[in-house]
Design a protein around this ligand. Structure first.
Ligand code: ATP
Length: 221
């Protein structure tokens, strides 16, 4: 018998900046599902959103500081090297080629992203390449917006963790992760207003942002 192939997880985002709303649910998910590694994939040009305020290099530096000493995470910068928008489907196709047809792959998203998944480029194909591992996020509905979207979810949803480790792709797992009311938008807004962000993201990242004068207070002079 061949060795059991284990689920590998990917976590895409703008990370402008990375915060505990990313890190804590991802860590809880790893403990719950038995994940050995979560690969963070910072976006270059997020297709549906305004441009990030921090540069790609700054966002990577903040990620590196946030995960320093934590072997669960690593960073894959392939989307930052592309000149085109970071379509998740393209990244998944590439990763699938690299890791092989049988390797179970899980792409982590928050509940807000699940609700708007139908706006993603070639969204119906995403499950051909990965499972979706969905973390709860406070303030977002548990039901999909339309009956069609809900029936898509019902068709693909699994509650059986071993299936995520056995099948290479095709399932949606709604994880019972803790609710953390943190967003990168709130952090940027608080910093622009000169307010503290302590407890919302790792101290090392806050110190570095301060030193670089990133997301500066707008009424500071
Ligand atoms: P912004 O406020 O700038 O829109 P964000 O805080 O949503 O950013 P992103 O980098 O865009 O952060 O998010 C990357 C992924 O992390 C998305 O799938 C998103 O749903 C998820 N995520 C972000 N914050 C949370 C949170 N507090 N709880 C659960 N998931 C989250």
């Amino acid at each position: 018998m061949s060795e059991q192939v284990k689920l590998q997880a990917l976590f895409g985002g703008t990370f402008d900046p990375v915060h505990y709303g990313h890190l804590r649910p991802a860590e809880a998910l790893a403990a719950h599902l038995g994940l050995q590694k979560i690969t963070l994939l910072p976006n270059n040009v997020p297709p549906h959103r305004p441009q990030p305020e921090a540069s790609p290099a700054e966002r990577v530096k903040m990620l590196a500081l946030a995960i320093a000493g934590n072997p669960l995470f690593d960073i894959d910068q392939r989307e930052l090297r592309r000149q085109t928008p970071s379509w998740t489907i393209d990244t998944l196709i590439e990763l699938r080629k690299e890791r092989g047809a049988k390797q179970p792959l899980g792409f982590i998203i928050g509940q807000d992203s699940l609700l708007t998944l139908h706006k993603w480029h070639r969204w119906q194909e995403l499950l051909d390449y990965c499972h979706l591992l969905v973390c709860k996020r406070p303030g977002y509905a548990e039901q999909m917006e339309t009956p069609e979207q809900q029936s898509w979810l019902d068709r693909h949803q699994t509650k059986v963790i071993s299936h995520l480790h056995q099948q290479p792709a095709g399932l949606v797992y709604l994880a019972d992760t803790l609710l953390l009311p943190v967003s990168a938008t709130a952090i940027r807004e608080r910093r622009h207003a000169g307010l503290s962000c302590e407890g919302m993201l790792p101290d090392e990242v806050i110190k570095w942002m301060d030193k670089q004068q990133l997301y500066p207070a707008k009424n500071s002079h």
